[in-house]
Design a protein around this ligand. Structure first.
Ligand code: NAD
Length: 443
């Protein structure tokens, strides 16, 4: 199948484009970011994900993919057009639809034969209705085009693995023809006939396909993300209560999670959810509620509890070290381990709050970068250098590098031996910790 992926240098777009090419389709991956496109043609991925380097090289070598900035050529030369551009939130909390509007305007002047338009971006229901209305002014649905929603569920940090081993494929459409075409597109993945480097594991399990209408597909995505965010805010609140009443959150999570109705996934207390999706998608649900005059009390509460979590970490730091100019080291910048994505990262929020309060801040992350024009902020390339003369270290991301720290070495470097483990990853039984004040969440 001739496929184009618009937004093909982004997190979702790149994985989708490479995945499509490994399924045997001829893929044009298009993006407005010239630098990323040039790098992709030279086998340099714009993001860090396990196995992405080798998958990119492998696909480029197989010549079934090209990276370009020419979206018009991509639209005109493909039967199936996957849209995976960003849908970030604006500063006023509304969804910024400018990227999707730009793509719609390109579609409006370049449909030359039947195209299946596949929406992979997480788009509000109202926005999909607007795209449909605009296209229907010039083209006939069913004859010239169809629109399907095919939401993406990959987890950053496991994105390549997740593409090849999805829990489900959701297809929301209005015609049998459109749903059938997308099923055919996925057929090599479903039949386990993908061409990938050996290091990428493809399981042999059946992949459930959920066929439904457009708004249901979109609501499956929004509902899933809202539910995951809910679990995070919920367990953070339970951890806060545990801390106060002398309970141990690890035992509580184990005791709760063993009940199959509850489960233990997404039940680890931490600095709160971040990343490009959960907060944005909750905000979109709140906006949708406003649009249809529905109350979104629950979604708002999840968001509010998440904001509070970073403030609670700040309160903990202040209660230990309440002296302006003290040096705090933030360990981990990405919103979760195994990705370099710092969008909506709790670490970045905490760094800004600390600087505002007059602290000096060092940071270290094995992969992510966060720069800021502030004389009191420094990012280090070496973990132990970032701890030199520090008054307090705060573990914000659950990178493996932070699980086995050399406390003897750290003790010689830090000015005061205070560690806040906001991921509960340090073994409290480590005998080298005796010189340290160690705080974790929920106990
Ligand atoms: N990142 C995730 O973990 C994830 C998971 C599931 C769903 N999603 C959803 O997928 C969508 C994309 O997210 P992302 O994280 O990949 O975003 P991203 O910002 O990493 O990627 C978007 C890409 O689109 C490109 N772009 C913007 N306008 C364009 C245009 N007019 N033509 C061509 N390219 C254009 C950008 O340059 C960028 O490379 C969002 O709706 C997001 O909510 C993301």
């Amino acid at each position: 199948m001739k496929v184009s992926v618009i937004g093909g240098a982004g997190y979702v777009g790149l994985i989708t484009a490479l995945g499509s090419s490994s399924m045997g389709h001829d893929v044009i991956s298009t993006d407005i970011d010239e630098k990323k496109v040039k790098n992709l043609n030279n086998n340099i991925p714009p993001i860090y994900e396990e196995s992405l380097d080798s998958l990119l090289k492998f696909c480029n070598l197989n010549n079934k993919i090209s990276f370009t900035t020419d979206t018009v050529r991509a639209i005109q030369n493909s039967e199936l057009i996957i849209i995976s551009v960003g849908t970030p939130t604006k500063s006023n909390g509304e969804i910024d639809l400018s990227q999707i509007e730009n793509v719609t305007s390109k579609l409006l002047s370049n449909i030359n034969g039947y195209k299946l338009i596949v929406i992979k971006s997480t788009l509000p229901i109202t926005a999909v209705n607007i795209i449909k209305e605009q296209l229907s002014k010039k083209y006939k649905q069913g004859r010239d085009y169809d629109i399907v929603s095919n939401p993406e569920f990959l987890r950053e940090g496991r994105a390549v693995f997740d593409f090849y081993n999805p829990d489900r494929i959701v297809i929301g459409g209005e015609t049998e023809k459109s749903i059938e075409i997308l099923k055919n597109f996925y057929s090599p993945l479903i039949k386990n006939k993908v061409n990938v480097p050996d290091e990428i594991k493809v399981h042999k399990d059946d992949i459930p396909i959920i066929e439904t209408n457009l708004p249901s597909a979109q609501m499956i995505k929004y509902g899933s993300n809202a539910f995951l965010a809910n679990k995070v805010s919920f367990i953070n609140e339970i951890a806060q209560i545990c801390e106060t009443v002398g309970a141990n959150i690890n035992d509580v999570v184990y005791g709760m999670g063993i009940d199959p109705r509850i489960g233990s996934n997404y039940m680890q207390p931490g600095p709160g959810f971040g990343g490009p999706c959960l907060e944005k998608d909750l905000m979109a649900l709140v906006e949708l509620g406003n649009f249809y005059d529905l109350e979104s009390t629950f979604m708002k509460a999840i968001l509010k509890r998440n904001e509070r979590q970073v403030e609670l970490i700040l309160d903990k730091i202040i209660s230990e070290i309440n002296q302006t100019g003290s040096l705090i080291t933030i360990l981990g910048l990405s919103f979760k381990a195994n990705t370099d994505d710092v969008r909506n990262s709790a670490s970045v929020k905490l760094i800004k709050l600390l600087l505002k309060k007059g602290y000096k801040v060092n940071s270290y992350d094995p992969k992510a970068k966060y720069s800021l024009k502030n004389e009191n902020y420094l990012q280090f390339d070496d973990l132990y250098s970032s701890l030199n003369k520090s008054n307090c270290a705060v573990i914000m991301t659950e990178w493996d590098d932070f699980k086995n720290l050399d406390f003897i070495k750290i003790s010689k470097l830090m000015s005061s031996n205070i560690i806040l483990d906001m991921r509960n990853i340090i073994d409290k039984g480590n005998k080298n910790l005796s010189d340290f004040k160690l705080y974790s969440l929920g106990s």
